[in-house]
Design a protein around this ligand. Structure first.
Ligand SMILES: [Zn+2]
Ligand SMILES: [Zn+2]
Length: 432
């Protein structure tokens, strides 16, 4: 990738010479140029790092290698107080600026998914059945890049930056704890407590663009399991049994009326049954049916209401036929709620770095993100980094076997996040 490196520096110089900021003589502009040049110079190493993570993906709560590389790198950069083992493989480190000021946090997730990669690239996953199909390799690489760039600019940092590298965003294996909630429980947001937190996620739109949403940006998610218990009998003598299959089918239909008839149509809600299993053979009335599903909302009170309505619906349908039910809910995430004031204050920075036309207001998304847990403690802003490139045939869709990114997004990610963090600290400092 050496040719890219020379290209990169040339491009950086051209950009500096042509952006209006280069002509301004303000301190902010020169700092932004310094970040741009440093990020451009990192391009080949960012690509190499992302490819290394991509080739060695690790499942949730198994990020041993990734977290070791992250910790080694942060120590080599001279970050203060590099803590490992926070929430299993989580890493937390502080970068203290030379000037006094508040603390801001930034978070990247590190885990991959149980998906067999189908793309044929030199950096193809070496771990069979495991793939970075959500771009967390990009997130980790960008955040290491931000740490590297800012570690050389301490004299221009008014406050401290807390770097959080998080495992198990995709959900801990059943029976294990993990992810953002466990890291918070184990003190990731204490000593010192940050005033705000930022994070980014890859998105399938064009590289160079940043997407955002103010307020609820991503859905809450609740994984649920429903067990319907009836009574076995001969398939030709249904009157002697309680048919769990017939009742389960009725429950599936009744649950859909929560969306269509019980909740405000202007409030987004999805209740999906994704798996159903029951019965023993063709001529036996089924005693038990198990169903698994997911519920998504953009409003925590709708979430509480819908869960209660699910319980009521199941209780009433099953009791009408003399069956019993159990409903268990786990692996839940609250709504990813971007603090509107923080978004409004941050957008000018993002617009300055990538250009007005490249900052795109988005509709909220129904997938969930456990970044939401940090936002329950402190205000946070989670935005989207474009990684697609139609001209190159790259239109990545999350959680698919051929997910891949335009690696130019790495440099852009580093530039945007570095500026977002430093500008935040400056603003807070001024306010004090
Ligand atoms: Zn994902
Ligand atoms: Zn993700």
């Amino acid at each position: 990738m050496l040719h890219k490196s020379t290209h990169g520096i040339t491009l950086a110089l051209i950009l500096c010479l042509t952006t209006p900021l280069a002509r301004s003589s303000t301190g902010a502009a020169s700092r932004e140029q310094q970040i741009a040049l440093a990020a451009e110079a990192l391009r080949p190493r960012l690509i190499e790092q992302r490819r290394d993570f991509h080739m060695h993906p690790e499942l949730s709560n198994r990020e041993e290698r990734t977290s070791r590389i992250v910790a080694e790198k942060l120590r080599a950069l001279g970050l203060d107080d590099v803590k490992t083992g926070v929430g299993k493989y989580g890493v937390v480190a502080i970068l203290k600026g030379s000037k006094p000021g508040p603390v801001v946090a930034v978070r990247a997730d590190m885990d991959a998914l149980p998906i067999q990669e189908t793309i044929d690239v030199p950096y193809k996953s070496k771990n069979p059945g495991v793939k970075h199909a959500c771009g967390h390799d990009v997130h980790t690489t960008v955040q290491l890049g931000v740490a590297e760039v800012l570690s050389k600019m301490r004299d221009q940092i008014a406050g401290s930056i807390k770097f959080i590298f998080q495992p198990a965003e995709e959900g801990a294996p059943q029976g294990e704890q993990g992810g953002a909630s466990l890291m918070i429980k184990e003190g990731a947001l204490e000593n010192p407590r940050p005033q705000a937190i930022f994070g980014l996620h890859t998105a399938g739109f064009e590289v160079g663009q940043i997407g955002f949403h103010s307020g609820p940006a991503m859905a809450s998610s609740d994984r649920f399991t429903i067990t319907i218990r009836g009574k076995k009998s001969h398939g030709a003598q249904p009157q002697l049994g309680v048919d769990a299959i017939v009742i389960a089918v009725e429950c599936v239909t009744a649950l859909q009326t929560i969306r269509s008839r019980r909740i405000d149509p202007l409030e987004p809600l999805v209740i999906t049954i994704g798996r159903i299993k029951g019965g023993d053979r063709n001529n036996i009335i089924a005693e038990e049916v198990k169903m698994e599903g997911t519920m998504r909302t953009l409003n925590d009170s709708v979430r509480t209401q819908a869960l209660e309505l699910m319980r009521q619906t199941l209780a009433n349908v099953t009791s009408a036929y003399g069956a019993k039910f159990e409903l268990s809910v786990d692996d839940s995430n609250p709504v990813t709620y971007n603090d509107p004031q923080l978004v409004e204050q941050t957008l000018p920075t993002i617009r300055r770095v990538v250009g007005d036309a490249n900052v795109v207001a988005q509709k909220p998304l129904m997938p969930a993100e456990d970044f939401s847990y940090y936002q329950k403690v402190i205000p946070g802003f989670f935005y989207f980094l474009g990684v697609g490139n139609k001209a190159k045939g790259l239109m990545p869709a999350w959680h698919t076997s051929d997910f891949d990114v335009d690696e130019e997004s790495l440099v852009i990610g580093v530039k945007v996040m570095s500026n977002v963090l430093l500008d935040y600290l400056d603003r807070q400092g001024v306010r004090k």
